[in-house]
Ligand binder design. Sequence first.
Ligand code: C2O
Ligand code: CU
Length: 520
Amino acid sequence: SNVHHYSFILKETNFTRLCFTKPMLTVNEQFPGPTIHVRKGDTAFVNVHNDGQYGVTIHWHGVKQPQNPWSDGPENITQCPIQPGKNFTYEVIFSDEEGTLWWHAHSDWSRATVHGHIVILPEIGKTYPFPEPYAEQTIFLASWFNTDVKELIDDATLVGGDPDPSDGFTINGWPGALYNCSNETIYTLGVEYGKTYLLRLVSGVMNEEMFFGIAGHNFTVVAQDAAYIKPIVTSYIMITPGQTMDILLTADQSPSYYYIAASPFFDSGAPFDNTTTTAILRYTNATAVPSSIPFPSLPSTTDKESADNFTTKIRALASEDHPISAGNCSGPQGNRLAASLNNISFSIPTIDILQAYYRFNLSRDDEFPNQPPVYFNFTGDEADDYILPEVGTKAKWIEYGASVEIVYQGTNIGNAENHPMHLHGYSFYVVGSAYGNWNETTSPATYNLIDPPEVNTVGVPKNGWTAVRFVANNPGVWFMHCHLERHASWGMDTVIIVKNGPTNETSIRPPPPNLPTCAA
Ligand code: C2O
Ligand code: CU
C-alpha cells in the first residue's frame, strides 16, 4: 500500500453563482474542493492549513480510520478546531473501503462550501467487479446559499429557529440552466458514443434528499458508500445527504445533448428548497445543440413510492451469512424545535471528548438510556409537546468486539422528516426497515441477513424504523448524527465510545504530536 501527501489551504475566496458574489471558505480556492485519489489500503497525509477567519476541522466521511479517531475530525468530538493561522496534518487510514467517499468540514455548517471527493481504486493488480469503464468522472451535488452559511446558522441559532432554505443546488459547483440568472457556466460531461463511464456521485447537499437522473439514459448503480452492490439498472436514483453512489453510464443513445438533473424528494410540507439543478451530457460527435434538450423525468418532489422503490432494491454484492445477533440499543425520539436521540438533544461540548476520554481514562459504563424513556406510539401524530427532550452531552459506551444492533425509530411529531443517520468510524449492515413502529417480536423476523447493504449513512423513514448491525471492532470516540444539517444543529447527534480491546492492535493509537490545542 502507498502513502500520499496532500496540502489543503482553507481560505475565503470570492465566488459568483446565481448573480450573487460572496467570499466563501474553500480548500485551495476550489468549489468543490480537490479530489483525494488513493487505492484500497493506502494512507493519505493531508496537511490542512487554516487561512480562514474561524476554527475549522475536516472529516473523511466513511473512512473508518482503524484505531485512529484522532484524524476523524468532528469538532469538539475528536479534536479541537484548527484555529486561523494554524495547521494540522490528518493521517487518513484506508482499510476495506473501495469506491467513492468524500471529505468535508465538520464545524457548524462549513461543509456547505468545504468539501470534495475521495476516490478509492482497487489495489494494484485487482479490478472492479464490473467491466473496466472507458473513463471516470466525479459528480458532486451540493447546496448553494446566496448568503454566508456561518451567518445563516449563527442567526438561526440565536433566534432558536429554522435557517433559511438554500437558494439552489449545484452539480460540480454549478447551479445549471433552470435558475434565474443562470447564464453562467453549466457543468458539461462530454462522452464518446459507445463508451461506458463510471460516475462517482456524492451528495453533499445540506438538508434535502435528492432524485437524480439523466435524460434518455438508464444507468447502472454498482456501489454505495464505497461498498459494491448488486447492479441496479434504473432511470433515476434517490440519494440522501452523506451518501455516495457509483454509476455506470453507457453512451448508447443518439449522439446529442441531454440534461442531467437533480431535484429534492421531500415527503412533508415544511419549508425547503425545491429547485432543480442541471448539467449537460454532451456526445462529443453531436452535430448541433437541439432546439430543445431532452429533460429527465424525475419523480415528483413528494413521490415517496419512487423513493422507496429505488432504496429497497439496494443489496450487497456478496451474499453471505451475517450472523451478528444483538440486543438492541433502541431508537430516537424527535420533535420539531429540538431534535434528539433517545430523548437527549445533543449539545456539542466546548472541550474535545476524545482527549478527555483518552487523557483522563474515563470509563463510565453507560450515559445513554438503554430504552426510550417513555414508550409511545412513535408514528402516531402526537402533539408537538408530548415529549420535550432534555439537553445534554451523553455517550453510549460499547465493549470492544461487541455485536451491536441499533434500531432507529423515526417519529411523526411536528414537521417530521426522514433522517439520514451517519456513524463515524464504521460502516454497518442495514438489516431491516419498514414503516410503523419497530416491534421486538415481529420486526427481527423480517431482517435481511444474507445481502444487507453495508453503508455509513442510511435514510430512516420519518414514520418508520431502520435496524443496523455492526461489530464494534474499531476502538475510539465516534460521532453518530443525522446528516441533515438542520437536525444535526438541533441536537440529533450522539457519541459512541468503543472501549479498547486487550491488545495494542485493538486499542486507540496515541495522539499525534501536533493535535490542535483547545482554547482554555
Ligand atoms: Cu459526513 Cu459527521 O459527517
Ligand atoms: Cu434528521
